[in-house]
Design a protein around this ligand. Structure first.
Ligand code: HEC
Ligand code: HEC
Length: 281
């Protein structure tokens, strides 16, 4: 027997529940809006402002910083163009080939002219750079740049004039063979200065250890560990002012251009630290 269906138009019991009131919907929307504004203020303004390194000026600046985008895409952020050929040297793996004893011996004899400034064992007692353990391709490139005038230094330009390609290769072989001031590259560690460890992404500065050893060693990037602080400071300042511009593709000029004096002093102090000093593993 067919079940009786309720006649059309009859109210079902559930219809008895009142429809959500418009007022309630309005309240919940308003509450949502208030919460959103509060969350934005807390996340972008309040929380960043209690960070130790907070330096934003104004609401917009602080929102941009919290969101991780530069507030100012202005001209000062333009990367340095390599421009006028910074160097004529094309780095080749062959420059780093292991040299024979004859080359090292000949280089050692030539190096007697260099000990006055670069030290008897290639470790400078003055503020000249250390050469001991320097990568051979670095010594070759730098001497060639002095010789062609692409890197300026009254002393070194004059000295390099008298060197043949073979002299340069042998000097590089000799210095590469001497033990370094510090034997191990910096390894990643929270105590390293931020620029060395992670760079400054907002300013397009790659970490120093991505090129100078630690994470990676880029071919042609010098060994910095144990160099005199005064020399490091001078070179970074020279890259910043583009007075030194023999770095291919302006690699170092682009790192140094937005570094402050304090940052230069900090990384120079860090790399010049003596073996066993702070930050070393
Ligand atoms: C009178 C002191 C003096 C003598 C002698 C001297 N140098 Fe130098 N050398 C310097 C100074 C100072 C610098 C840093 C110059 C600069 O600011 O570019 C330098 C830089 C260098 C560099 C660049 C190092 C780097 O890390 O970029 C190399 C390579 C070098 N010298 C090799 C030699 C060789 C090889 C000799 C011997 C034939 C020699 N030098 C003799 C003072 C000297
Ligand atoms: C993208 C790779 C790269 C990064 C990142 C980098 N460097 Fe360099 N750096 C180089 C190269 C390549 C040279 C050699 C330039 C040349 O050919 O003259 C150099 C040269 C230098 C020199 C000159 C050394 C000498 O003996 O001539 C100093 C000092 C230096 N870098 C410091 C730093 C510091 C400090 C940092 C981090 C703030 C840094 N670099 C980040 C690639 C890099």
């Amino acid at each position: 027997m067919a079940r009786s269906t309720p006649p059309q138009g009859t109210q079902l019991p559930c219809d008895a529940v009142a429809p959500p009131s418009i007022a309630w919907a309005r309240w919940s929307l308003a509450a949502l809006a208030v919460l959103t504004v509060a969350a934005v203020l807390v996340g972008f303004v309040l929380l960043p402002s209690v960070q130790r390194d907070f330096s934003a000026q104004g609401l917009w600046d602080s929102i941009c910083r919290a969101a991780g985008v530069p507030a100012d895409w202005g001209k000062s952020r333009e990367p340095v163009k390599a421009g006028w050929p910074g160097t004529e040297v094309v780095l080749a793996r062959a420059m780093a080939a292991r040299a024979g004893d004859a080359a090292i011996g000949r280089g050692g004899t030539l190096a007697l002219n260099c000990t006055m400034c670069h030290g008897a064992q290639g470790l400078s007692a003055s503020d000249a750079p250390n050469l001991a353990g320097q990568y051979p391709e670095v010594i070759v490139k730098q001497l060639m740049d002095y010789r062609s005038g692409h890197r300026r230094s009254a002393i070194m330009q004059a000295l390099a004039q008298g060197l043949s390609d073979r002299d340069i290769a042998d000097l590089a072989a000799y210095y590469a063979y001497l033990p370094k001031a510090r034997t191990a590259p910096t390894t990643y560690d929270e105590s390293l200065p931020a620029l060395v460890r992670v760079g400054a992404p907002l300013r397009n500065i790659a970490p120093c250890i991505a090129c100078h050893g630690g994470i990676d060693q880029k071919f042609g990037a010098p060994w910095l560990e144990g160099m005199p602080a005064a020399y490091l400071t001078e070179q970074l300042a020279a890259f910043r002012s583009a007075e030194r511009r023999n770095d291919a593709q302006a690699q170092m000029r682009n790192v140094a251009r937005s570094m402050t004096d304090q940052e230069i002093a900090e990384v120079a102090r860090f790399y010049s630290r003596k073996a066993g000093g702070g930050g070393e593993k």
